[in-house]
Design a protein around this ligand. Structure first.
Ligand code: BJW
Ligand code: ZN
Length: 242
C-alpha cells in the first residue's frame, strides 16, 4: 500500500518534536477487542445507558460486574497490534511522545508506551464505592457480588457516563495536547466529551492534526489530514514513509 503522504504532512512530521496520540476503541479493533459504536460495536446489542453508568450498577451490580469480567477475559486474551507497537517504537525517534487514550484495555502500556494518560480508567483496577479502598484485579466475591472488607460494593475503575474524568490525568493530557506539534487522532468517533476536547485544545494551540480511521468522523472536518484505513496498517506506513 502506498499512502502517498503529501509533502506538507511529511515535512511537519520530520520537524516535529512532540507527538500526542489520542486513541479510541478502533485502535484495539485489530487486536480483537470490539468497538462501542459502528457496525460491529457492542452497543448495537447492549444499551450503554443500561451498563455504562453508576445507576445501572446500583440497580443490577451483578449484570454490570459480569459484563466487565467478560470484557476483561477478552482483553486478557488479546495482544497489542502493530498500531500500538509503532506508537511505542516512535518514542525513540521523537523528543516527546505521549498517548492520551480513552481505552481501558491497557494495550498501550503492554506495547511499551511510557507516557500513557488513561482518560476513562483501566479495567485492571477496581475500588470500593463506599470507603474507596483500591483493589487490583483480585476482588473478593460474596454471593457473586464484588464486596469490599467494609461491606461496600466494589466497582471497576472506569469512567461511566455522567462521571468526572480523573482530574490529574485529564490535566496532564491537556498539557501534553497544548505542547504537541502533531496530534494523531486514531480510531475514535470523537463524540464523547470531555475526552474529545483534547483534539480542539491541541488545534487551538497550533498543533497539526492527523486522523487515522476506517471512515469519516465528526472530527474529519477539523483535521489537517485524514488517512482512511486500518490503524494497524496506516500508522506503520506513515512512519515508514517519513
Ligand atoms: C478503526 C478501526 C481500525 C474501527 N482502525 N479506526 C457535552 C460536553 C461534555 C459532556 C457531554 C456533552 N454532551 C453530552 C455529554 C455527556 C457525555 C457524552 O459525551 N456523551 C456523548 C455520547 C454525547 N460525557 C460524559 O458523561 C463524561 N463525563 C462528563 O461529562 O462528566 C461531567 C459531568 C459530571 C456530572 C454530571 C454531568 C456531567 C464521561 C464519559 C465517559 C465515557 N465512558 C465510556 C465507557 C468507559 C468504560 C468502558 O469501556 O466500559 O468510554 S463510553 C465509550 O465511549 C468509552 C469510550 O472510551 C468512549 C469513546 O468511544 P470511542 O473510543 O470513540 O469508540 P467508538 O466505538 O465510538 O468508535 C470507534 C472508532 O474506531 C470509529 O470511528 C470506527 O470507525 C473506528 N475504527 N476499527 C482505525 N481498525
Ligand atoms: Zn470499602
Amino acid at each position: 500500500m502506498n499512502l502517498l503522504i503529501d509533502d506538507k504532512t511529511k515535512q511537519v512530521l520530520k520537524n516535529a518534536n512532540s507527538l500526542v496520540f489520542f486513541t479510541g476503541a478502533g485502535i484495539s479493533a485489530e487486536s480483537g477487542i470490539p468497538t462501542f459504536r459502528g457496525m460491529d460495536g457492542i452497543w448495537n446489542k447492549l444499551k450503554p445507558e443500561e451498563l455504562a453508568n453508576f445507576n445501572a450498577f446500583l440497580k443490577n451490580p451483578k449484570l454490570v460486574w459480569e459484563w466487565y469480567q467478560h470484557r476483561k477475559e477478552i482483553i486478557h486474551k488479546c495482544q497489542p497490534n502493530s498500531a500500538h507497537k509503532i506508537i511505542a517504537d516512535v518514542q525513540n525517534n521523537f523528543e516527546k511522545v505521549s498517548v492520551v487514550t480513552q481505552n481501558i484495555d491497557n494495550l498501550h502500556r503492554r506495547a511499551g508506551s511510557k507516557k500513557v494518560y488513561e482518560l476513562h480508567g483501566n479495567i485492571e483496577r477496581n475500588y470500593c464505592i463506599d470507603c474507596k479502598k483500591e483493589y487490583g484485579d483480585n476482588v473478593p466475591l460474596k454471593d457473586g457480588l464484588p464486596k469490599c472488607d467494609c461491606g461496600g460494593l466494589v466497582r471497576p475503575d472506569v469512567v461511566w457516563f455522567g462521571e468526572y474524568l480523573p482530574q490529574d490525568v485529564y490535566t496532564s493530557a491537556e498539557k501534553a495536547a497544548e505542547e504537541s506539534d502533531v496530534l494523531f487522532i486514531v480510531g475514535t468517533t470523537g463524540i464523547v466529551y470531555p475526552a474529545a476536547s483534547i483534539i480542539y485544545i491541541a488545534k487551538n494551540n497550533g498543533a497539526y492534526l492527523i486522523e487515522v480511521n476506517i471512515e469519516e468522523t465528526e472530527v474529519s472536518k477539523s483535521v489537517n489530514k485524514s488517512f482512511f484505513g486500518k490503524a494497524g496498517e496506516v500508522l506503520p506506513q506513515i512512519f515508514n514513509e517519513i
